[in-house]
Design a protein around this ligand. Structure first.
Ligand SMILES: [Zn+2]
Length: 398
């Protein structure tokens, strides 16, 4: 797995450097030809780049392109994609588990696609609860998979015969009247312990895998109890979803959980955008204001429309990034170079420990009214401040 430190190292790779993202999905027809589609694309892209930089065929750039081509021809990657970073001193290939858009650059390392992939595949956990047990799921790049199961074997052997008589089918058929009260008290006592164990398993997994989102699916009285048993840092992130766990095949439950997670994520992002649009304080809106607050270290979360990548200026002396069309920096009056949002944003986010939220669909349409970009200021205490670059963990197998 590639980790935070490695991501930071990528950002600091010496330039000039070749960055290539290729969709190498072997399931695509175009990639099954004698010359796979991604190799053909690389050849064409490289020709354009060589023409743009006016390099000769003996140049460092051409040498790196040939190196990448040779690697792809020999290895024929089996992953959905690859990111390649190459220079005379550097050779780094990162297999990707989601398909990237094909891209080729020469100069600074280009980390936008990696950053956006990580944002859109943050690790999450879901627990499906019913009276018979708990099923634990983890969502990462590979999709949703079950990582643990806990049966609720309520031990009734030591119960008084009168109570036990009502356990015809454990937890499903309830007795009546005073006996029912006794029964439920006893049962609730048993379940309290079991649900505490669920919270412990969940906490251990979340801590070990830097999981940021937790979904608890089931009847309220079960999910709310688990939520109460979680440590405060996780309790605040846990979302309870009413879910009837019917007697169904595992694959169907998994598909339903996956759908619930997607729906919940869309709702969360829509809510975040509505908050940005409603508030007059504690937020930044528009590309210029949001970038300014980010560079002052004041943003906890930056919200960006997918696909928005405006041209920007970066000061060659103080590194200030603005939308200003002026040739000289407004702060230090030195020369500015042209850049793009996607080129500078990964580094700025990591440097200022700011979380990224990429929105699309209805949320992106709403965000357009403020230029497609906004942010939440730290003083609003919208979310706990993440440690620098934590959001880039575990996005690909190295
Ligand atoms: Zn400057």
């Amino acid at each position: 797995m590639i980790d935070v430190l490695e991501f930071a190292a990528l950002a600091q790779l010496p330039e000039p450097l070749l960055t290539v993202y290729l969709n190498t999905n072997p399931g695509l027809q175009i990639n099954c030809r004698a010359i796979p589609g991604y190799i053909a694309w690389l050849k064409t892209g490289a020709r354009g780049l060589l023409a743009q930089f006016g390099e000769t065929k003996s140049s460092l750039l051409y040498a790196q392109v040939l190196r990448a081509e040779k690697y792809l021809e020999e290895q024929r990657p089996a992953h959905a994609g690859v990111a390649i970073f190459a220079s005379a001193e550097v050779w780094r290939v990162i297999p990707l588990e989601v398909e990237p858009a094909n891209e080729i650059h020469w100069g600074k390392p280009q980390l936008w696609q990696l950053t956006a992939m990580v944002e859109q595949h943050r690790p999450a956990c879901a627990v499906v609860l019913d009276l018979s047990g708990a099923r634990f799921y983890a969502r990462d790049f590979g999709g949703l998979r079950q990582f643990a199961k806990q049966e609720f074997d309520v031990d009734v052997s030591q119960w008084k015969p009168k109570e036990r008589a009502h356990m015809a089918k454990q937890g499903t058929r309830m007795p009546h009247g005073a006996q029912r009260d006794l029964f439920e008290q006893r049962l609730e006592g048993e379940y309290a312990h079991l649900l505490q164990d669920v919270a412990k398993t969940l906490t251990a997994y979340c801590d070990a895998h830097a999981v940021e989102r937790i979904y608890l699916l089931g009847a309220d009285r079960l999910t709310k109890q688990v939520q109460r048993d979680l440590p405060a840092r996780l309790r605040e992130q846990a979302i309870c979803i009413s879910h009837v766990s019917a007697d169904e095949p595992e694959s169907k439950t998994r598909a339903r959980v996956e759908a619930e997670l997607k729906k919940s994520e869309v709702e969360r992002k829509e809510h975040l955008v509505e908050e940005l649009l409603d508030k007059t304080r504690g937020i930044a809106t528009g590309v210029d204001q949001t970038l300014a607050q980010l560079q002052r270290g004041l943003l906890t979360t930056l919200v960006l429309s997918a696909g928005l990548n405006p041209s920007l200026r970066v000061c060659e002396t103080c590194d200030l990034v603005t939308t200003s069309p002026m040739a000289r920096c407004a702060t230090c009056n030195e020369a500015q170079a042209t850049t793009t949002l996607h080129e500078v944003l990964p580094t700025l986010l990591a440097k200022h420990a700011c979380r990224l939220e990429v929105v699309d669909g209805r949320a992106a349409v709403r965000l357009q009214s403020v230029g497609g970009m906004g942010g939440v200021l730290r003083t609003l205490k919208h979310e706990p401040v993440p440690p620098p670059a934590r959001h880039v963990q575990h996005y690909a197998h190295a």
